[in-house]
Ligand binder design. Sequence first.
Ligand SMILES: [Zn+2]
Length: 400
Amino acid sequence: MKFLKRAYCRTFQCMFKIIMPLLPYREPKRVKDYEELGYDLLELGGRRALVVTDKTLNDLGLTKNLLETLKKMDINYFVFDKVLPNPTISQIEEGLKEYKANSCNCIVALGGGSVMDCAKMIGARAVRPNQSVAGMRGLLKINKKLPPLVAIPTTAGTGSEVTVTAVITDDKTHKKYPINDFSLIPHLALLDAELTLGLGKFTTAATGMDALTHAIEAYIGRATTKKTREASLKAIKLIKENLLSAYQNGNNYQARKNMLEASYLAGVAFTRSYVGYVHAIAHSLGGKYNIAHGYANAVILPVMLKSYGESAHKKLAQIAKYVGLADASASNEKAAQSVIDWIEGLNFTFGFKSNFPELIETDIAELATAANAEANPLYPVPVLMDREELEHIYHKLLVQ
Ligand SMILES: [Zn+2]
């Protein structure tokens, strides 16, 4: 990246870091069970809830405890179960129609990242009827309090229950992009590990790698705080100790519970300290080829960490030593390499590839433009890369 652009990016990031303590970050109230969720939702004024979920979860009966509680508490509910992976603007508009038609005044999202992000944007559109979803792209364009919003994650990866972000795909342009606003942080969150017991192996692995990517990108970036560094390290340790167990034995309740905690902590870290180029590239590939987000991150992460080279060694070494991948006496370079080896080993165990057969060389310029627009100047990555430099990363992800 050219000197002037680099200076601009770093100044922009530095300003955000300085004002961070003044920004209205908050965490959702974590409720312990459905009953507490019901009482707290009533207290927030929720009387008519739009329950946002997907058809599979609803058909499997995973919404049962939630719906019974809402009924018991006299909270009317209307189920919108049409969310699909990589939620689109059309789905948000359809959900909004249901929300309005039933005079809802609160939203409960039960599902993975796609469901929670769709629910967030239904809420955003409800309070901003004159602003399109596309018009809210980027930073702080919503600026209005959402209706009471409850998040119940059914995967351990996205961390959307605690973040300022919703990731949306424009069905017309096939562009996938994040929308960030403090109002998108849910008011209540319930981490119910029972809901994740039936998750298939691919989803368990891909979403777990998404959480790992959140924690690592936040930690190696330049906008960390003591709180986000601690949250990242704890998340990575929990992932190291539990992801393989959850993958190998889906019914391991403790491993599932710990993975949900890891995902939450990684969310705490990246919502304040941002992600990096792995995410920007993964979003571009997700929008263009509909590649699962966590899977894309898993494939890109080791490639990107190698490309950062020496600039990321110190931070990666700290991770390695904290989670027990390297001895305290190991050099930074060696310890950093142990993190990359570990990630590649996980990918191998999961049967993930090291490239994307979907990726077409002639699409790279367009994809790199999207990644550049998402990441620069916002993401405080260890090494800044412009569009051309990002194109090199895409080339490494082609089937050779
Ligand atoms: Zn992610």
